[in-house]
Design a binder for this molecule. Sequence first.
Ligand code: MRU
Length: 368
Amino acid sequence: MTPNTTQQHGALLSASRLRVRTVEIHADEVVLIDQVALPHEERYVHCRSWQDVAERIRDMTVRGAPAIGVAAAGGLSLAARSAREAGLDAAATRAALETAADGLLATRPTAVNLRWAVDEMRVEWSRCGDEPGHCAARLLARAQAILEDDVDRCLRIGRHGATLFAPGARILTHCNAGALATAGYGTALGVIRAAFAADPTLSVLVDETRPWLQGARLTAWELGVEGIPYHVISDNMAGHFFRCGDIDAVVVGADRIAANGDTANKIGTYTVSVLAKEHGVPFYVAAPLSTVDLSLADGEEIPIEERDPDEVTSFRGIRVAPEGAAARHPAFDVTPAANITAIITEAGVLRPPLEAALAQACKSEECG
Ligand code: MRU
């Protein structure tokens, strides 16, 4: 980072009032803020093994594409520590790490950041050589670097995206792509945070984001702490506000971006993109390049996680649909590149044709 960039990032961070650490990676534990308990309770979960981390990714204690990648990196550093404590030799340590990698990768299939982080860690353990004793320290340092790097990417995304809005913009966001979904600052919310630092007259419409309510619970919490004006709306109200001319721009995060720019994000994002196109409202995706998967030609190939239908028919143990009601629960959908005005990355704002822009950006930066 140049001194100028360091100063700009420092200014953005000090303008932010949110002081939460979504993921902390220590030698003997990975600490996660419990995103199921938020916003009513701020409590932390202490993971002491990679299996604990995997379970916490699966049950949504930690969620959001970059955050689960960072947590998985921390989980692998715990696996290396266990291997050292068990006195495993180099070959057995590598085998234990592969087992942990498989277990972590099996938790959630859509966000490619998880695979990206595991691959980064794999590069590190391939360098451990025949000295397993060094492996735990190396993997801990690498996991912590991945965490810090994610915050830096978010700050850069925020800086690039903040320039895109007219004064007083009313911005719609879907799900939570904030500090809680990353190692800090956020992608879509990072853009909104940075824009707000320059223009305190902007405001946000927050889709509640059924069925997990990441918008109503987590995005609203983050915006409230920041003092950014917002209104929560239920997902089915978005069309009304587009039609009334109350939305100037949309900014969302991403879980995986295919080579042609098709983008998987939280279920409901596609609907918002269609509304934005119909009403001539710019639709921005904000994501680090670790979310880009050039191995997939288009969005058809992105695996979509299907979660437990009970998460649709019930909320926090309270059943809302009749006993025996069948339900479907795709956790993500794909927004076609044609509906996306631009993708805001740490390398800059990528505009159509997105396929060429992504290929170019991935030449210089590491993509997922
Ligand atoms: O199921 P979740 O809560 O993990 O889904 C999160 C999203 O869809 C986010 O928008 C995406 O991961 C981007 S987070 C910076």
